[in-house]
Ligand binder design. Sequence first.
Ligand SMILES: *Cc1c(COP(=O)(O)O)cnc(C)c1O
Length: 385
Amino acid sequence: MKKETKLVRTQAKRTSFQEHSTPLYFTSSFVFNDSDQMAALFNEEEEGYIYSRYSNPNVDEFVRKMADLENAENGWATASGMAAIFTTFAAFLQQGDHIVSSRSVFGSTHRLFTEIFPKWGITTTYVPFDDVKSWEKAITPNTRIIYLETPTNPGLDIIDLKAAGELAKKTNTLLVVDNCFATPVNQRPLDFGAHLSIHSATKFIDGQGRGMGGVILGSNELIAKIQAFARHSGPALSPFNAWNFSKSLETLSLRIEKHNANALEIANRLEAHSKTEHVKYPFLASHPHYEIAKSQMMGGGGLVSFEIKGGLAAGKKFLDSLQLLSLTANLGDTRSIAIHPASTTHSKLTEEDRLKVGITPGLIRISVGLEHVDDIWEDIERALG
Ligand SMILES: *Cc1c(COP(=O)(O)O)cnc(C)c1O
């Protein structure tokens, strides 16, 4: 079956009620027939459900769909995207290990690298997103993981996945990719040599701004190691959220097609507008990594960033003039969202540090939603003044 069909038709086994749509298995534990079955399940001689921190039918259905979509053998779902990221590092790293990471990572991932992992003697070296070949110099005998996000946040730069995959192979390290911005409809890192792909399901996967969740996708062997850590440390995804996400996946391909089309149209219109400069969208021919984007992504995604003329003050005025677009911390929602990183998410950094991660004073990031593109544009155009 094609991926679109699997997203709709992959389903937990029907109960005796013959429900059409998968019910919610909102239960913390499952009942055993007798002591023999209980022993067999605990000793992993028989497959079945024991306790929802270990596994649950709704969570399994969600994971199966995500793994099939991303050409992964298996997966593990977590309570948030950050739980997926933390669990991955915690499952594979030991004291003294080293991470090589692209500098442009999600804010909380940056905090893990700089404030939390050093407590356990795990160190990180940041490398430039635009020169994967130079990363080899940062690799030491203790490097276990190469980590990257592409497209990057909020700059929407593109990192060469094929080059990163080759480097991981050559240096015998694990390549872990945060694939949240692209979604598996637009990009499948495992096809380029990544070992694990991570998503915050909170974003495009849910797609409607409701629940928090995350998922890690990879080979049976690697997921078994994640499972061995996660079962006992407890970052489990709620069955309710898994049920919601699995429903959301039924429309994922359709939604992403529309996010891609709306975002490309908005990017084109922004590029033609006199009040903007440097519009960044992976599928705009003017993007500095357009060729790489075209070679590894099937669509440009739902995020567009641009520099508004007039810097910080103009950026704040733009946000305050919006009427339709939401000012909110999420992305990947049906509703279009705008943020101005310099005055909000990254306001605590010095201007110099902001520039290091590509956050210029007038940078605006838009998560283009599923409203009619003319309505989204009307709001943006008015706010540009
Ligand atoms: C949101 C996000 C995360 C963290 O996910 P949560 O579900 O908020 O924990 C990680 N990486 C990227 C790129 C994100 O956008």
